[in-house]
Design a binder for this molecule. Structure first.
Ligand SMILES: N[C@@H](CCC(=O)N[C@@H](CS)C(=O)NCC(=O)O)C(=O)O
Length: 219
């Protein structure tokens, strides 16, 4: 049995970042599906008091918050390193990870991706067009800033893949399934190229919504 267990929901971009990081490290893991209706169950709240996913379990050690999970994996599985040694590159990595959590997810992905992709697919909801429209100015600003931070580098922290790429790619990947992507991506060919490089990686290919749903069925 694998020493790592990821408790998550298929389709969760944060869960995918944890799974993709394990893939990049060549580490196997057990996927433990959490039913969306069970997020507030006593069993799950004992793992994650805020009732979210993912949660990593490693030989009895439980950890929630995706950034903490990714950094922990990078420490206990040091090769290949996914944090730059150079302080400024590492700072850029940290900055992009926070942009993901504070500006891309909050008020942008959790509105646009929710109403366009997750709500319709998981709950059969109709998109709230007014909410999507209201989120667009912030979405434009966030994509412009991510494109600026990426610049002409292959990866967000420079020449080598880092935890920032693995956290952001699952989140941005969802936008390609929305009509808003045409407008949001048009000014940023560097971001489009980066996403194509990310999605071609075996770690991302192994952790699509469909592949994680298969893991959940097999669990
Ligand atoms: N800050 C958390 C965010 C995790 C998060 O929001 N996960 C979503 C799924 S992608 C979730 O659990 N949503 C359940 C809910 O909002 O009730 C992390 O980095 O792990």
């Amino acid at each position: 049995m694998s020493e790592f267990t990821v408790h998550s929901i298929p389709g969760s971009p944060f869960g995918r970042a944890a799974l993709a990081t394990l893939e990049e490290k060549g580490a196997s893991c057990r996927f433990s599906p959490v039913a969306p209706g069970a997020l507030r169950s006593p069993e799950h709240l004992a793992r994650h008091p805020f009732g979210r996913v993912p949660v990593l379990e490693h030989n009895g050690f439980l950890l929630y918050e995706t950034q903490a999970i990714l950094r922990y994996l990078d420490r206990v599985l040091p090769a290949p390193a996914l944090t730059p040694a150079d302080p400024r590159r590492a700072a850029r990595m940290d900055q992009v990870m926070n942009v993901n959590d504070w500006y891309l997810f909050q008020g942008v992905a959790n509105v646009i991706v929710f109403h366009r992709v997750v709500g319709p697919r998981v709950m059969g909801l109709k998109p709230d067009e007014a909410a999507i429209e209201a989120a667009m100015p912030k979405a434009r600003a966030v994509f412009a800033e991510l494109a600026r931070l990426l610049g002409e580098q292959p990866w967000f922290a420079g020449d080598a893949l880092s935890l920032a790429d693995l956290l952001v790619a699952p989140q941005i990947g969802f936008f390609t399934q929305t009509p808003e992507w045409t407008v949001l991506s048009a000014p940023h060919p560097n971001l489009v190229g980066w996403l194509a490089r990310m999605e071609a990686r075996p770690s991302l290919q192994a952790t699509t919504w469909e592949r994680v749903s298969e893991m959940a069925k097999a669990a």
